[in-house]
Ligand binder design. Structure first.
Ligand code: UD1
Ligand code: UDP
Length: 368
C-alpha cells in the first residue's frame, strides 16, 4: 500500500503522529509524508516532529503564508507534482485547513483516491474558511473517516454514499491516550511558569472570525482580563492572534494582565490542559483535549462542530458578539464541574487502527 499523507498545520502534526505510527507498523505499507509548510515557525511545526517522534517529512513544500487563494493555489500546484511523481494508492488528508483542501483537490483531479480523516464535521457557518474546506474535501473524498456519530449523521444528510462513510473514532483521542503519560513525566511547563495545578485558567484563541474582527477580539480580551482578576490566565499566543492584538493596539494590555507565552509544544500543552482549572478556547482540538483531560471547557464561538461535548455539559459556548461576555465568562469559570461522562465520545484510542483497516477494505484500495 503506497500512501501520500499531507500535513501543514499544527493540529495535523498531532493527528499524523499516531496514524503514521500505525502505517509504519504494517508490513508492505509505505508512507510519504508531505509537509506543505503552511505552519513553519519552530514552535508551530518542528517541535511537534521532535516531541512526537514523527518521521521527518520526505517532502517539504515550503509554501508558507498567504491569502487563501494564493496559499491553496501554490499548494495545489506543488502537491500535484508530488502525486504525479509518486502515484500513491491513497492520499490521506486531515481536518479542514487549506492544506487539506489542496491535497484532496490535487489527488481527485489525478484520479487518486482520497481518505479524509475527521470527515463530516460541520459548523453550518459558511463564513468560516474551515467550513468551506471541510465540505469540499468531504465531497471530493472516496473514504470519509468520521470521528463521531454526529459527523456520520451530517454526511448522510448531505447524501454521501453510505459505503464511503466509516465511523472510526478520533485520532486526537489516540494521541492524547498515547502521549499523556509522557507529558506528565517530561513536561516542566508548570514549574517554568510557576503554576499551581487547578489554580490557573488556560486560554487559546486563533480563529480568524475572532482575531480579525476588532470588536470580537476586544470583547474576548476584556473577558480574559476579567477572569485574570480571579485566576492567572495562561495564554499561549498563536501568531495570527499576536499580530491581530498588535494591529488593534491590544497587545500591551494583554501582556500586562495575562500570562502571555509563546505557543508551546504538544507535551506542555497536554500538561497545561490536564492541570488547568478551566480552559477557554476557540480551538477545535483543544475542546476535545479538555474533555479527554477532564477539564471543563468554555468555547468562545457561536457554534461548535463537537456538539456532543456541549450535550454532555463539558463544553459551554459563549458568543464573542455577546456584550455580556465578561460576566458570562466569569460565571462560566465559576460553574461547578459537570457530571462525569464515561461515554467514549471519541472512540477508545484505536482510531488509527480502524483507519488503516478501512483503507484496506475500501473498494478503491482493492482495485489498486
Ligand atoms: C490554520 C487553519 C485553521 C487551523 C489552524 C491551526 C486554514 C484556513 N486555517 O489557521 O483551520 O485551526 O491553522 O492552528 O487553513 N503564521 C506565522 N507562523 C507560522 C504560521 C502562521 O507567523 O508558523 C502567521 C502568518 O502571519 C499567517 C497567519 O499566522 O498569515 C495565519 O496562518 P494560517 O496558516 O494562514 O492560518 P491559521 O490561523 O494558522
Ligand atoms: N497546541 C499546542 N500548543 C499550543 C496550542 C495548541 O501544542 O500552544 C495543540 C493542541 O494541544 C492541539 C492542537 O495544537 O493538539 C490544536 O491546534 P489548533 O488549536 O492550532 O487548531 P484547531 O484544532 O483549532 O484546528
Amino acid at each position: 500500500m503506497r500512501i501520500v499523507t499531507i500535513v501543514g498545520a499544527r493540529p495535523q502534526f498531532v493527528k499524523a503522529a499516531v496514524l503514521s505510527r500505525e502505517i509504519l507498523r504494517r508490513k508492505g505499507w509505505h508512507e510519504i509524508l508531505v509537509h506543505t509548510g503552511q505552519h513553519y515557525d519552530e514552535n508551530m511545526s518542528s517541535v511537534f516532529f521532535a516531541e512526537l517522534q514523527i518521521p521527518t517529512p520526505k517532502i517539504s513544500l515550503g509554501i508558507g503564508s498567504g491569502s487563501h487563494g494564493q496559499q491553496t493555489g501554490r499548494m495545489l500546484e506543488a502537491i500535484e507534482r508530488v502525486l504525479l511523481e509518486h502515484r500513491p494508492d491513497w492520499v490521506i488528508v486531515f481536518g479542514d485547513t487549506n492544506s487539506t483542501l489542496a491535497g484532496a483537490l490535487a489527488a481527485t483531479k489525478l484520479q487518486i483516491s482520497v481518505a479524509h480523516v475527521e470527515a463530516g464535521l460541520r459548523s453550518f457557518n459558511r463564513q468560516m474558511p474551515e467550513e468551506i474546506n471541510r465540505v469540499l474535501t468531504d465531497h471530493l473524498s472516496n473514504l470519509l473517516l468520521a470521528p463521531t456519530a454526529a459527523a456520520v449523521a451530517n454526511l448522510r444528510r448531505e447524501g454521501v454514499d453510505e459505503d464511503k462513510i466509516h465511523l472510526v473514532g478520533d485520532v486526537m483521542c489516540d494521541a492524547i491516550l498515547h502521549y499523556r503519560r509522557t507529558a506528565m513525566e517530561q513536561s516542566t511547563v508548570l514549574d517554568r511558569f510557576q503554576l499551581t495545578p487547578q489554580q490557573f485558567v488556560l486560554a487559546t484563541i486563533h480563529r480568524a472570525e475572532n482575531t480579525d474582527d476588532p470588536r470580537r477580539i476586544q470583547t474576548i480580551l476584556d473577558g480574559l482580563l476579567e477572569v485574570a482578576r480571579q485566576f492567572p490566565v495562561v495564554f499561549p499566543v498563536h501568531p495570527r492572534t499576536r499580530s491581530a492584538l498588535e494591529r488593534f493596539g491590544l497587545w500591551q494590555a494583554a501582556c500586562k494582565s495575562l500570562r502571555v507565552i509563546e505557543p508551546v509544544g504538544y507535551l506542555d500543552m497536554v500538561m497545561l490542559e490536564a492541570n488547568a482549572h478551566r480552559i477557554v478556547t476557540d480551538s477545535g482540538g483543544v475542546q476535545k483535549e479538555a474533555f479527554l483531560c477532564g477539564t471543563p471547557c468554555i468555547t468562545l464561538r457561536d457554534e461548535t462542530e463537537w456538539v456532543e461535548l456541549v450535550a454532555a455539559g463539558w463544553n459551554q459556548l459563549l458568543s464573542p458578539d455577546d456584550p455580556e461576555l465578561q460576566s458570562l465568562l466569569t460565571a462560566a469559570i465559576e460553574r461547578p464541574e459537570p457530571a462525569e461522562c464515561t461515554a467514549p465520545l471519541y472512540g477508545t484510542g484505536d482510531a488509527s487502527t480502524h483507519i488503516c483497516n478501512s483503507l484496506v477494505q475500501c473498494p478503491e484500495a482493492k482495485a489498486a
